[in-house]
Design a protein. Structure first.
Length: 356
């Protein structure tokens, strides 16, 4: 198995030559660990879960390029790939004193936190809508000031176009213990960093975690926004969502608790222990490796599971819905026993279950 994984990683390395050395090495280390946990039987199973090395490399490169383009708004002025309005904007960059915590107090600004060679904070703000930054008690605090009730280009009667931006660069020599706070109407993007805990609240904005290592807890409350988590290592995750979709891809999560109201769920090639409760939303899960005891409860939603195979024990029950196994109708109570200590229980009310 070690040689099989090594061959896949070698081919992936050859397909990632566009990435800088450090980012490429991090991706290779991550997927080596991913496959060691997955314990594939053969090379065909690796490709079934991750795709070919070339396809996976293209997915990584596309995500990296997309992260480099985030936040382009408005028309006229660019700053660090952010396209912003022209006549009320000001920008500045500063290097804060050392900190180990970040606290967000944002209303509408988009924020990106990512890895880099030196610690710095970059801000694009309006003259009458400033963003304050300060370090207090080892905590970097980012605060968005109230909008002035004036009329002007891009800002009027307390409303403005979404061009406020904050970008925080975290170097290797700055260990991050905690990221906390809120961003009510802006997007949060966190890329390629290591942190002990994340505690966030978000309304009407999206959250994107990519290549993030969270050593302890990820806690998120979100309303009216989508969440995407890709290529992350998380010890314990707890997310409560309303009116938004969530997508997980290629993650290693020891324990994941998800409660979602009015939103769809998509899990692609993750390794996790899952406790999921959903109201008014569908679940699509393909080629996931469920560890330990897992529970899925859906109310008013369908579930489609692909690639479970015989790796774990599972039981499916449906009230006011049908269960199909490999295309055949099996009633509303179905179970499979396998030579495994892992277990998945799935229950639906007013929803169908499809297992392939």
């Amino acid at each position: 198995m070690d040689e099989m994984i090594a061959n896949y990683i070698k081919e992936l390395d050859a397909a990632l030559t566009e990435l800088p050395e450090q980012e490429r090495q991090q991706a290779l280390d991550y997927y080596r660990t991913f496959l060691e946990y997955e314990k594939p039987n053969d090379a065909a199973e690796i490709k079934l879960v991750l795709g070919s090395p070339e396809d996976l490399a293209q997915e990584i490169l596309n995500k990296t390029k997309a992260n480099a383009r985030v936040g382009k708004y408005g028309f006229d002025t660019y700053i660090h790939n952010f396209h912003v309005e022209r006549n009320t904007l000001r920008t500045h960059t500063f290097q804060p004193e050392p900190f180990s915590k970040i606290k967000l107090e944002l209303q509408t600004a988009d924020i990106t936190i990512h890895h880099g060679t030196e610690c710095k904070v970059e801000v694009a703000e309006f003259d009458n809508h400033p963003i304050a930054t300060k370090v207090v008690d080892d905590t970097l605090i980012i605060t968005e000031q109230k909008v002035a009730a004036t009329i002007g280009f891009g800002v009027f009667i307390g409303i403005h176009t979404p061009t406020l931006m904050v970008e925080i660069t975290i170097p290797d020599n700055l260990p991050l213990a905690l990221l906390s706070g809120y961003d009510y109407e802006g997007d949060i993007r966190i890329n390629n960093i290591k942190v002990q805990d994340i505690q966030l609240e978000q309304r009407d904005g999206d959250l994107d975690l990519y290549d993030v290592q969270i050593d302890q807890d990820l806690t998120v409350k979100a309303n009216d926004g989508d969440i995407a988590i890709t290529q992350a290592q998380i010890d314990n995750g707890a997310i409560v969502m309303r009116d938004g979709d969530i997508t997980l891809r290629h993650n290693l999560i020891k324990q994941f608790n998800l409660e979602i109201f009015d939103g769809d769920i998509a899990f692609h090639q993750n390794q996790l222990n899952l406790n999921l409760r959903s109201n008014d939303g569908d679940l699509y899960a393909e080629h996931n490796n469920f560890k330990g005891n897992n529970m899925i409860k859906l109310n008013d939603g369908d579930a489609k599971l692909i690639g479970i195979g015989n790796k774990l024990n599972y039981q499916a029950k449906s009230i006011d819905g049908d269960i199909t196994y490999q295309g055949k109708d099996v009633g509303n109570d179905f179970s499979i026993k396998a030579n495994s200590t892992d277990y998945l229980q799935i229950k639906t009310t007013d929803g169908d279950i499809s297992i392939n």
